[in-house]
Design a protein around this ligand. Structure first.
Ligand code: FAD
Length: 441
C-alpha cells in the first residue's frame, strides 16, 4: 500500500504500536486453521500496524486516523475466533484490545467492563461477591469479553441462559464509529444486536454492561455409559431438571473420548461419557438421576479441587475439535443443532465412520436442546457441503464454520438492520472489510 505506517505510528504518538513483522503475523491470525477450507483462503493475510489503546479516547484517536487516510481497521481481542473473524483481509491497522482490561464497576448481578477484560480473570473478581458471567466459551481462560460479544455465541452457562444474542444477555454497549467525524454511541435493549456477532464490522466496542449469574461451587463430574442414546437422554434429563443447578452438560460418543489422553483413566475404551459441571449442593439428587440412567460416575472433583487442574470445560465445545486435531489433523467440524433426541438418534445412526458426535445442551426458547460440534473426517469441500445439505434436509440446523463472512455462517442471511447500521457508522467500509457480505452487495 502507499501508506507509510512508520508515519502513522508517529501520528499515533502516546499510543503503543508495533510494525514488527513477527508480531504482526501473530496478531493477524486466529484459529481459522481448524478449517481446511479457510486455511487455504486466509493464510497470507496480514495487518501492517498494530495499536494497543488503553482508553476510549485513544480508540477515538485511532479511528480519526483511519478515516483520514482511509485505512482498514480490524479489532482483535484474544484472537481465539474460528472463522478468520479477526484476520485483516485488506491489511491496515489491527486494534488490539488487550490493554483495555479494566473492570469499570461490579455490583451484584451486573458489571461494566472494558472489552479486553479476559473472562476467567473477570469471574475471579465477580465470584468474590457471589456472581459470575452467565455464558462463557471453552476458551474462557484466554478469550476477552468484547471478543465473545463480537464473535462468539455459546458456551458453559448456555444450558441456562441460551446464546449471547438472546434478549437480555447484553445490557448496554459503547462503541466508537468510523464516520467522517468518529464519535461514541451507546446502544441498549434490542439495539445491541447491531454489534452482537458482527465481527467488529459495525463499530469498536469500548465498554460493555453485562448481566451476571449467581456463582455456585461447580463440581466437575464424568459419567460413563454403555449406550450413546442413553447418555444423550441423561443429558436431556439433567438439562431439564430445574432442581439440579448445573452449568455444563456435554455428551461424547465413543470414540471421541480416545482423543482425551488426560482423561483416559476415567473413560474406559468404547464407553460414551458425560462431562458435567453441577452445583456441589445438588450432588445427592444428581447421583439419583445418574442411577436412573444406569450411568457410572468415574470422576468427581469439588470446585476447589477442579481449580487446581484443567477444567473439564476444556474438553467440550470446540475444545473437543482441538484435542481431536492434535491426534489427527484430518479432522474438522460442523456446528450442528439437532433440537430433539429423535432427530439426533436418526443422524447418529447414519454417522458412518466419517462423523463423530458430541453434544452440548443449550437453552433455546423454553427448552434445553441438544446441539454440538460434530467432528468430521475431512476429504473434500464438496463432500463437506454434501454432509451439510444432507443434515439440513433432515431438519438439523448447521452454522457452517468454513466461511468467513457473517452471513454465510450461522446467520444464513443478510441482516438489513446490521447493514443499515454499518452504512451509518462506517460509510467508507473500513471496519474489518470483507466480512459483511450484505454491505458490499
Ligand atoms: P477475537 O477472536 O479476538 O475476536 C472475535 C471477533 O470479535 C472478531 O471479529 C473481532 O474483530 C471482534 N471483536 C473483538 N473485540 C471487539 C471489540 N472491542 N469491538 C468490536 N468487535 C470486537 N466460541 C463460542 O462461542 N463458544 C465456545 O465454546 C468456543 N469454544 C472454542 C474453543 C476453541 C478451542 C477455539 C479455538 C475457539 C472457540 N470459540 C468458541 C471461539 C472463540 O474462542 C470465542 O468466540 C471467544 O469468545 C472469542 O474471544 P476473543 O477475545 O478471542 O475474540
Amino acid at each position: 500500500s502507499t501508506i507509510n505506517y512508520q508515519e502513522i505510528a508517529k501520528e499515533l504518538n502516546g499510543i503503543e504500536t508495533t510494525t514488527n513483522s513477527d508480531r504482526l503475523t501473530k496478531l493477524s491470525l486466529d484459529y481459522y486453521h481448524f478449517s481446511p477450507i479457510l486455511t487455504e483462503q486466509l493464510q497470507n493475510k496480514r495487518g501492517e500496524l498494530a495499536a494497543f489503546p488503553t482508553t476510549e479516547a485513544e480508540v477515538l484517536k485511532i479511528a480519526l486516523i483511519c478515516v483520514k487516510y482511509k485505512i482498514p481497521l480490524t479489532v482483535r481481542g484474544a484472537g481465539t475466533g474460528n472463522y478468520g473473524q479477526c484476520i485483516p483481509l485488506e491489511g491496515g491497522i489491527i486494534l488490539d484490545t488487550s490493554k483495555m482490561n479494566q473492570i469499570q464497576w461490579l455490583k451484584p448481578g451486573i458489571a461494566c467492563v472494558q472489552p479486553g477484560v479476559k473472562m476467567a480473570a473477570f469471574d475471579k473478581q465477580a465470584r468474590k461477591i457471589g456472581w459470575e458471567l452467565r455464558i462463557a466459551p471453552s476458551t474462557y481462560r484466554t478469550a476477552t469479553i468484547g471478543g465473545f460479544i463480537g464473535g462468539g455465541s455459546v458456551g458453559m452457562g448456555s444450558v441456562n441462559y441460551g446464546q449471547i444474542s438472546d434478549r437480555g444477555n447484553l445490557r448496554r454497549v459503547r462503541l466508537v464509529t468510523l464516520e467522517e467525524t468518529p464519535q461514541v454511541l451507546e446502544l441498549e435493549g434490542d439495539r445491541v444486536q447491531k454489534v452482537l456477532h458482527a465481527y467488529g464490522t459495525t463499530g469498536i466496542i469500548t465498554e460493555l454492561e453485562i448481566p451476571l449469574a449467581p456463582a455456585y461451587p461447580w463440581q466437575e463430574i464424568i459419567v460413563t455409559f454403555d449406550d450413546f442414546m442413553t447418555a444423550a437422554s441423561f443429558g436431556q434429563a439433567l438439562s431439564d431438571s430445574h432442581g439440579i443447578v448445573k452449568k455444563l452438560v456435554s455428551i461424547h460418543a465413543s470414540p471421541i473420548p480416545s482423543y482425551f489422553p488426560a482423561l483416559k483413566n476415567y473413560i474406559p475404551q468404547g464407553k460414551h461419557c458425560a462431562l458435567l459441571m453441577v452445583s456441589e449442593y445438588d450432588i445427592t439428587p444428581f447421583q439419583d438421576l445418574v442411577q436412573e440412567y444406569q450411568g457410572e460416575i468415574t470422576y468427581s472433583k469439588t470446585a476447589a479441587e477442579a481449580a487446581k487442574g484443567t477444567s473439564l470445560l476444556e474438553f467440550t465445545w470446540n475444545h473437543t475439535t482441538l484435542h481431536a486435531r492434535s491426534v489427527d489433523n484430518k479432522l474438522t467440524y460442523l456446528q450442528t443443532f439437532y433440537f430433539t433426541l429423535e432427530r439426533l438418534e436418526k443422524l447418529y445412526q447414519q454417522r458412518g465412520d466419517e462423523i463423530m458426535i458430541h453434544l452440548e445442551f443449550l437453552r433455546a426458547g423454553d427448552k434445553a436442546v441438544p446441539a454440538g460440534l460434530q467432528l468430521i473426517r475431512f476429504t473434500t469441500g464438496e463432500r463437506l457441503n454434501e454432509i451439510i445439505r444432507d443434515r439440513e434436509s433432515q431438519g438439523a440446523f448447521i452454522a457452517n464454520p468454513h466461511v468467513y463472512t457473517i452471513e454465510d455462517g450461522g446467520n444464513k442471511q443478510v441482516d438489513p438492520q446490521k447493514v443499515a447500521f454499518k452504512q451509518q457508522v462506517d460509510p467508507y467500509g473500513l471496519l474489518n472489510p470483507g466480512k459483511m457480505r450484505g454491505f458490499r452487495e
